[in-house]
Structures are given as C-alpha cells and as structure tokens.
Design a protein around this ligand. Structure first.
Ligand code: IMP
Length: 176
C-alpha cells in the first residue's frame, strides 16, 4: 500500500534550512539591536521555524504566540479565524511576526491589521517561505527565507491534514 511519505520530493534539506534560518537570525539581530523586539509566532505551522530562528537571535528579545486557522486540506478557506490571541501587551513594542509561509497572504494581512489595532511601535514580518506567484499583498515582507514555486509543501512544521510537521526537511507533496 502506498504511504503518504511516498509522495514527497525534497525541496530544502535540514542543513539548508538551518543555514538560511541562521542568516535571518543574524540579519534580524543587527537590525533590532537595542529595540527589545517581541517575536510573535503564528501557530501551528511556524513553531519549528520560530524555535530555530530564536536560537539564532543574539540580542535581548521576548516572544509570544497567536493562532489562526485558514486552511483545510491543500486549499485556503478564504476566511481567517482567530483561535488564540497574543497574551503580551504589544503597545509601543517592535513586533516581528513569524510565519511559516505566505501563500495567498490573507493570514498575514489579517494579523498585521489586527496587531496594528494594539498600537505597536512597528510590525515586521519574517516568513520562512513565500509564494510570490500567489501572494496578493500591498506591503513588503521584511524577511524571507526562500521564495518557492506554487507547490504545496510539508515538513519543518508545515502540515498536510495535520500530518508531516515532524519532518526535519522541507518537501513538495503530490496527493491524488
Ligand atoms: P495564506 O493565508 O494563504 O497566506 O496561508 C497562510 C497559511 O496557510 C500558512 O500559515 C500555512 O499554515 C498554510 N499554508 C499555505 N500554503 C501552505 C503549504 O504549501 N503547505 C502547508 N501549509 C500551507
């Protein structure tokens, strides 16, 4: 019987991911020196990226989590549901929103708008992956790990129907 893992094609290895995340950590650390940033992790998909990114940060910082749902299967549902809000007071803070992937851009648009409502000093976005051919956004993504083609990807925190998040590399998945 065919297993779901038979449908995977390697996109970035664990070593390539680690190198790029360390580069991002170093760039962000330089930029946010003495700015006491707060990293906000967008659950669930970015939990591994966030853990690795934070361990590459060499300046003082804080962190928090926010959780939304937008996808079912391989399709964006087109609506965003807030499942868990941030706990920290982000007024006058320098926020770095940490996303696994910007696909249509709906999620990041929703989160920026919502967090701007709490009067932070600034909001930047760090995403591991960016699908430029799909994203419809009218603002810049500040930190991008990799630009990728319009493929569905899994591993390194990203799921297919809640599975495959545990894989340490990133794969394209073909189902059907
Ligand atoms: P967007 O709102 O369309 O930008 O999608 C954002 C969310 O959809 C991401 O945070 C992911 O959780 C999920 N997502 C989008 N594309 C993929 C993919 O290729 N693999 C796994 N999850 C994805």
């Amino acid at each position: 019987m065919k297993k779901i893992t038979d449908n995977l094609a390697l996109l970035y290895s664990a070593v390539e991911l680690r190198q790029r995340v360390e580069e991002l950590g170093s760039i962000i650390s330089k930029k946010y020196e003495n700015k006491d940033p707060i990293f906000i992790d967008v659950l669930n998909g970015s939990f591994i990226f966030m853990a690795d990114l934070l361990r590459s940060i060499s300046i003082e910082c804080e962190m928090d989590f926010i959780k939304v749902r937008s996808y079912s299967g391989q399709k964006s549902s087109g609506t965003i549901q807030l499942l868990k809000d941030v706990s920290a007071d982000v007024k006058d803070r320098n926020i770095i929103l940490v996303e696994d992937i910007v696909d249509t851009g709906l999620t990041i648009k929703f989160l920026r708008k919502r967090l701007f409502g709490s009067s932070p000093k600034s909001i930047a976005v760090a995403t591991l992956l960016y699908k430029p051919s799909v994203a419809k956004i009218d603002f810049d993504i500040d930190y991008i790990g990799f630009e990728i083609p319009q493929e569905y990807v899994v591993g390194y925190g990203l799921d297919y129907e809640q599975k495959l998040r545990h894989l340490d590399s990133l794969y394209c998945i073909k189902v059907n």
